[in-house]
Structures are given as structure tokens and as C-alpha cells.
Design a protein. Sequence first.
Length: 589
Amino acid sequence: MDLFNVLEMIGGLALFLYGMNVLGEGLSRMSGGKLEKILEKLTSTPIMGALLGAGVTAIIQSSSATTVMVVGFVNSGIMKLKQAVGIILGANVGTTITAWILSLNDLEGGSFVMRLLKPSSFTPIMAIVGVGILMMSKKDKMKDLATILVGFAVLMIGMDIMSGAVSGLKDVPEFTKILTMFSNPILGLLAGLILTAIIQSSSASVGILQALCTTGAVGYATAIPVIMGQNIGTCVTALLSSIGASKDARRAALIHLYYCITKTSTFMIVFYTLHAIIDFPFMAGTISSAGVAVVHSLFNIVACIIFLPFSQMFVKLVYLTIPEKEDPVVLTAEEQELRSLDARFLDTPGLALSHAKKVVLSMAAMAKKSINYSVELLKDYSEEKAAEVVRLETEVDKFEDELGTYLMKISSRDLSEKESQTLSMLLHCIGDFERISDHALNLKEAADEIHDKELKFSDKASEELNVFTAAIQDILTLSIEVLDKEDAHLALLVEPLEEVIDQLNADIKKRHVKRLRKGKCTIEMGFVLTDITTNLERVSDHCSNVAVSLLQGEEEGFEAHEYKDALKTEDNVDFQGRVLAYRNKYVLP
């Protein structure tokens, strides 16, 4: 094997690793975070968790990615350790599918069907189709499909190049000596562990082993301990991702490590003890890439079946390793909510965006609650509610900062057109909800003044405010629903109500002037009333902005001012009809 063969092998390895990376990214983007969302919701039992873990890992082609995702779920408080353990066990089974795909190179036969199934036959077709779609299609889903095809093609081409480069190693005595050295179970295990830890992918390291198997010089005695080591080496990724995370997240990573060490140690002790007694004849033979796939799959499937009933044993073990303090830190609901903005989800932008949206909705709910409290303060003052408005305003400010930072990180990732629209909408909305909470604080200060100075609205003014605040609470509820459902039809209902609220604000001020002239109200109360209605009217403006931000994403070239101007023309029958309906609903007494 000369220098050029070495360069060829390195080039093949580079293409193989790059192809695997591209394939994984394409599969992840195509799923849009949906698979990970399923993991969050359907892991009530260890068996269901194991099945889902195996299924998701088989699709996204990475047990490391699945385990890191689970660490993120646990760190965010979304998932409990007892749920995570089943997924981790299943992920180790799902990752074995890659070895079976790579073993297609072993297919033999001269028939048309057998030749067509060989990667050397269909890989060029996949590459041509994939590149063609990437060059011509503008649809995100088609581009994701193309990325998968190209990634798979590059992976198989890299595998083919590696196999060709190492084909001559069979006749190299030094190579045979190295393989003989790795036949020692401990050395073979360490070799597999170190290789996998370096490249952080058991699927990739198994693929490299399968490429070496094409030389015909790798025996079962060498391959088996290397495969065992690869199963432990894959834990490095999750352990690294858990650095700086919560205790439970570190425990989840340790569950993966303890499980892999336990299953590997058990197998090595039992298998090599039996081998010493029985002397398995196949251990002296050579192993093919299909044989590697069989060993890898059987080992992980049997281990999962054996250890799944005892899965909670690993949970108890990690609690012994990382014990809970006597006085654990108790997070507030808001702090727990912000934890779901986990950096580990950024590698799956669809999932990260989904969590960000949930946090934005929580922020919106806090802003709405703050408005409700401030409205109640105007009617019936309470020190507790006043303090809660101040607290909520502080929390909403914190949410805006955290969300803004997280959403900007997501924006640097490769997003689909739909995801980009959602991201843009969320970035607009967090500012509006923060301003709504500011207006709630202003209303609270108006309530403070009324309480401190023992002021009182006239009965008529109170009735008018009741109608006005009901309309505000309605538009706030509607705008949050628009954000939650991303429903353009609902968004079209917001602007007519905002128009009615503007008119209510003007009418209330006119009525106050009339009462002032008749001596039924004071100038001081007039200032307070104006301050209140102005803040409430601005809340409706921000609700309008939320609806408009959704419509901007739905329609290319959308311009907010032009949209509002076009709506309010007299010939817009739909808009005028909705305005009339809202006017009939919110009639001042």
C-alpha cells in the first residue's frame, strides 16, 4: 500500500463522513422536528420509549443525535429520567440500521434485480436526481429530499473509495499483525472505543470497520471486540453535551454510559468465557460487512430486550452517582419554561423553533394575565395584584431578552421557508407582548393613583370602561390564538376589532368632555381616564401588530400600512361587516 493508496483512503473517509453528516441533516430537516416532538409526548412507558427511540434513530441515522436530544429534553424538564432511559436503550438498536445499508455492497449475483440493488448501480442515479432537484427546485421539501439523496450517494461513494483503497492490505504482513493484535479482546475494545470517541459516531466507525472487512483480512476475533468498543465510544457525544447542564441532564448522559458499559461488559464476560470452554469455530474465520451488521444488530437488540425490564436500575444508579442535595433548587414556572430554550435543540431547528414558540405563548399569557390584573385593580384595588403586575412585567422583560437571543441563534441555522416565516413572526411578537406588559404596568400606576387619592369614576364612566376593557381582553385573546394556530383567517378578525376599539376610545373621551361640562366629573379624573383608555388602546395596536406579522409571512411583498389602508376602504364589504358586528357587540351604555 503506497502513499497514493493512503491518500485515496483518507479522501474516501472524508467523503464517507461528510455524506453521513449531510444525510443526517437532510433527514432532520425533512422531519422538521416532528419526530423529536413525538418523543416528547409518547414515552409514558419504557417499552414505548425504546420503540420510539429505535424508530427515530433509524430515521435520523444517529444514536448520538437522539441521545443528545434526550439530554436536552431532561435538562428542560420536558422529560423525566424514567422516560429517557427507554429512549436511550432503543436508540442503540436504531443506529444499527446504518450498518445494514452499508452492507448492501456484499450483495452478489448476476441477475438484473441483484445488480440494481448494489450501491454501485443506484448511487449514481441518486446523485444525479439529487443534484438535479437541488439545482432546479425551489420547494423546501424537495430540496430536503435532494439533500438526503446526495448525502446517501456521497456516503456510499466514500465507502466504495475506502474499500478500493484498502483492498490490497490483505497481502500486507504489517496490516495482518495489527489485526491480530486487535484480536485481543481488551485491545480491540479500546481501539473501537477510541475511534468512535474521536469521530463521535458509532455508525461511522462501524462503516470504517465494514470497509476494512472488504479486504477479507478481518476476522470475527478482531471485529467483535472492536464493535463492543464502538458501542461505548458513542457515549462521548452525550457526555460532552451534558457539561454545564442540570443534574438530571447529566444523569441522562450517564444512563447512556452505564447502559453501554453494562451491556458490553456482560457480553464480553459471557461470550469469551463460553468461547474459552466451547471454542466457537467461526471466531477463526473472516467476517464480511454483512456479518458486522448482523453482530452489531444482534448484540444491541438482545441487550435491549434483556435490560429493558431493569431500566429503572440505571436511574437508581445515576442518582447514587449524582445524589440530590437535601435542599434542591426549586425553579419557578417561568424559569422552568425558559429552560426549554436549550442550545442542544439548535441542531434540529424545527424542534428549537417549536420550543421557542411555546415560550412566546407563555410570555403572551403572562402579558394577558398582567392586563387582566391591572383591569381588576381599576375596579377593586389589591396590593397583592399590584405586586403581581410588577413581577409579571419583570418576567416578561426577561423572556424577551432570552427569546430574542435564542431566536437569533435559530436564524443562523438552515431553515425552511415556513420556519423562516414563523421565526420572523415570533421576533416581531415578543416586542409587542413586552410592550403590552409595559402598558399593564402603566394601568397599575393609574390604579395606584386612584387608590391613593381615593378617587372614583362616575357610574357612567365605570360602565363605559367595562365595555372597553371587555373589547381589549377579547382582542388580546384573539391575537394570542392567532399566534398559537398561525391561522390567517383568524388574523383577519383582529383589525376590525382594533378599528372598533379606536372608535370606543374616541367616544369615551367625547362623553367625558360632556360630563365635565355638566359638572358630573372632575378634570383630575379626566386625566386618569385618558391615561387608562390610551394605554388600553395601545394594547389593541400591539394585538394588531401580532396579526399583521402573521399575514406578512403568508403573503409575499406584504406591506403593513398598505394592508390597513386597503382594509378600511368603504368597498371592503367583509371588513365593514366585521366592524359592524363588533360595534353591535361592544355598545357603550
